[in-house]
Design a binder for this molecule. Structure first.
Ligand code: DAT
Ligand code: MG
Length: 148
């Protein structure tokens, strides 16, 4: 089954949105297979956002993502990578549709609440960056028979 890496960023944690965000993915029918509240080191932040190293906002991005606890998660489900990106909404909340997480809860691009892998390759890379294999669980829920 497809897996993706999702993370409630420090702004989402401070604004008490962990439950709201977890609830949306649960209600959709996806399955949580790993999660932890953690602080991101500078080194991990620079690795995670490596693709943006040359962008003018890179320093601010690293400062922001290391500024407080994040809630890191791995979710599993059919088409979960693309579906989660749709549920998150556009990167810049001024373009995010109402009904999406960023559309409903965020105002500016620098504080957009949630991270989600944007492809199969980045999902694999990001899951490995944040989780050890033994931190991810494989388990059956009977309710999945009503989603699939
Ligand atoms: P996404 O988080 O939707 O995958 P991204 O990978 O392009 O977006 O950028 C990573 C994060 O960097 C994004 O969530 C917020 C920040 N960011 C992106 N573009 C920015 C900009 N023009 N100014 C400030 N921060 C920006
Ligand atoms: Mg991205």
């Amino acid at each position: 089954m497809e897996k993706t890496f999702l993370m409630v960023k420090p702004d989402g944690v401070q604004r008490n949105l962990i439950g709201e965000i977890v609830g949306r993915f649960e209600r959709k029918g996806f399955q949580l297979v790993g999660a932890k509240l953690m602080l991101i080191s500078n080194e991990l932040a620079e690795q995670h956002y490596g693709e943006h190293k040359e962008r003018p906002f890179f320093g601010e991005l690293v400062d922001f993502i290391t500024s407080g606890p994040v809630f890191a998660m791995v979710w599993e489900g059919e088409n979960v990578i693309a579906a989660a990106r749709q549920m998150m909404g556009a990167t810049n909340p001024k373009d995010s549709q109402p009904g999406t997480i960023r559309g409903d809860f965020a105002v500016i691009v620098g504080k957009n609440i949630i991270h989600g892998s944007d492809s199969a390759a980045s999902a694999e890379r990001e899951i490995a960056l944040f989780f050890k294999e033994e931190e991810l669980l494989s388990y059956n829920k009977l309710i999945n028979n009503w989603a699939y």
